[in-house]
Design a protein around this ligand. Structure first.
Ligand SMILES: [Zn+2]
Length: 443
């Protein structure tokens, strides 16, 4: 197949409006069904050799049995659903057009994460054409609701695989990219070895509803605001987890060049004191505190009786949700502010940390170095959540790496208006998955 044909297939996949919906919202299965139909036509070898199944409302599961049944299968995962996108001036091309122009492919999902769906299938199609026969079973899993928690896609796939007695040696998912942190002069390939935990707390103060013309000196809203200010001042303590420590060591020379006017290589401690001032650096070394919603009364002249705020925390490996709750309560209680979990179903502890001493990690290194010589490969952690929160239940190790340059927007590129990927990145992505599958399937 020519590169042009590969790009046309990817472009077509971007045209289906596979938008995920929150529970309770109307979910349109049709674009997912149409995508699955199109994939059959676009990747005939994959559909001839892999067993393919539709799970739940539109997730896809592909299995290619390996010759050696004593080896644990390995999985590559991506997701078919995308966050909503409206046509607008920030989109140089309509978000569901898949337009190929100026060296880029434009569209919602072009990075997050139809690039993965398309490039993984393309890699399998290419190697099957060359007579590929794996020793180790290869599984591809594409969720349909990753953007809203994966509770009927990835979660259901995990249940089915568990029922079949499948235990995975590894999963390769999104959550690491080629980009640079503020202290880095050039891009590095960050392999996410862990993802942070998730917790939202509701802080509420009790008072008396009253008329704004005769206010008390101390209102419940005043207490709540003092408490929120104290929370921002008293951040959770720094925790240096293994992957971040190795990343800091690996990039200390760049740090010295771009941040310190010194000949000496900085220590991790010196680096932390500086990088924690940047939001992206801070997120690497501590549980973050983000005040996201504040509510008082419904009218400008009513003093609220029970103002509340929601505060969202992303927990670093090593911090448990209960530690965070206790930290917040120790600040809030003396100020008369009550603390509660907002939704106990939406508490996620930080993931485990994947090993760097595996064939999979080495395969990622080898594939990256082969395609982008000179780009350092470093471990890291992902501050958000992916479908891997489900897959980690049946996998020895989860690696998070999507072979794409995020550019100056960093992680902000993922759900941005004007989401697009370069033609070069897409085709290199196919080469990356080809190399990765080739190595891991035979070891
Ligand atoms: Zn994603």
């Amino acid at each position: 197949m020519t590169d042009r044909q590969k790009l046309e297939i990817f472009s077509e996949i971007l045209r289906y409006r596979t938008v995920s919906r929150q529970p309770g919202e109307v979910f349109d299965k049709k674009p997912f069904r149409e995508t699955a139909e199109y994939l059959k036509k676009a990747f005939p070898q994959v559909h001839r050799h892999f067993k393919s199944e539709t799970i739940g409302d539109g997730s896809l599961l592909y299995t290619l049995q390996g010759a050696d049944r004593s080896l644990k299968p390995f999985m590559l995962t991506a997701h078919l659903d995308v966050v909503p996108a409206e046509d607008g001036e920030k989109w140089p091309e309509p978000p569901f057009s898949g337009t190929i122009r100026d060296g880029r492919i434009w569209g919602r999902g072009s990075i997050d994460y139809k690039a993965g769906v398309s490039a993984m299938l393309q890699a399998c199609e290419d190697i099957l054409e060359r007579g590929f026969k794996p020793d180790r079973t290869v599984i591809l899993a594409f969720g349909h609701d990753e953007e809203v928690g994966g509770n009927s896609g990835a979660s259901e796939i995990v249940r089915i695989l568990k029922d079949r007695g499948v235990s995975l040696s590894s999963v390769l998912d999104e959550g690491g990219y080629i980009y640079s942190y503020p202290w880095m002069k050039r891009d590095v390939a960050v392999i996410g070895l862990a993802e942070k935990g998730y917790l939202t707390l509701r802080l509420a103060a009790q008072g008396i509803q009253g008329h704004a013309s005769v206010p008390d000196r101390n209102t419940a809203a005043g207490s709540l605001c003092r408490c929120l200010a104290e929370l921002e001042k008293n951040q959770l303590t720094v925790k240096l987890c293994g992957p971040v420590e190795i990343m800091l060591q690996a990039t200390s020379e760049m740090f010295r060049e771009s941040v310190m006017a010194s000949d000496r290589i900085p220590t991790s401690g010196e680096m932390i004191r500086i990088i924690e001032k940047w939001p992206s650096g801070n997120a690497l070394v501590r549980t973050t505190t983000a005040i996201t919603m504040i509510r008082g009364s419904s009218k400008e002249n009513i003093i609220p009786a029970e103002p509340f705020a929601l505060v969202n925390f992303r927990a670093i490996p090593g911090d448990h949700s209960l530690d965070i709750f206790n930290h917040v309560r120790s600040i809030a209680e003396p100020l008369g502010v009550d603390v509660r979990y907002e939704d106990t179903n939406q508490i996620h502890e930080p993931s485990g940390i994947a090993s760097m001493d595996t064939e999979e990690y080495r395969a990622i290194q080898v594939a990256v170095r082969g395609i982008w010589p000179g780009i350092p490969v470093v471990p890291g952690i992902f501050p958000a959540a992916t479908d891997s929160r489900h897959y980690c239940k049946i996998a020895d190790n989860v690696y998070r790496f999507e072979p794409v340059h995020l550019g100056k927007d960093g992680l902000g590129a993922l759900h941005s208006e004007g989401e697009s990927i370069t033609i070069e990145d897409y085709l290199n992505g196919v080469s990356f998955y080809t190399a990765y599958i080739g190595i891991v399937s035979t070891t």
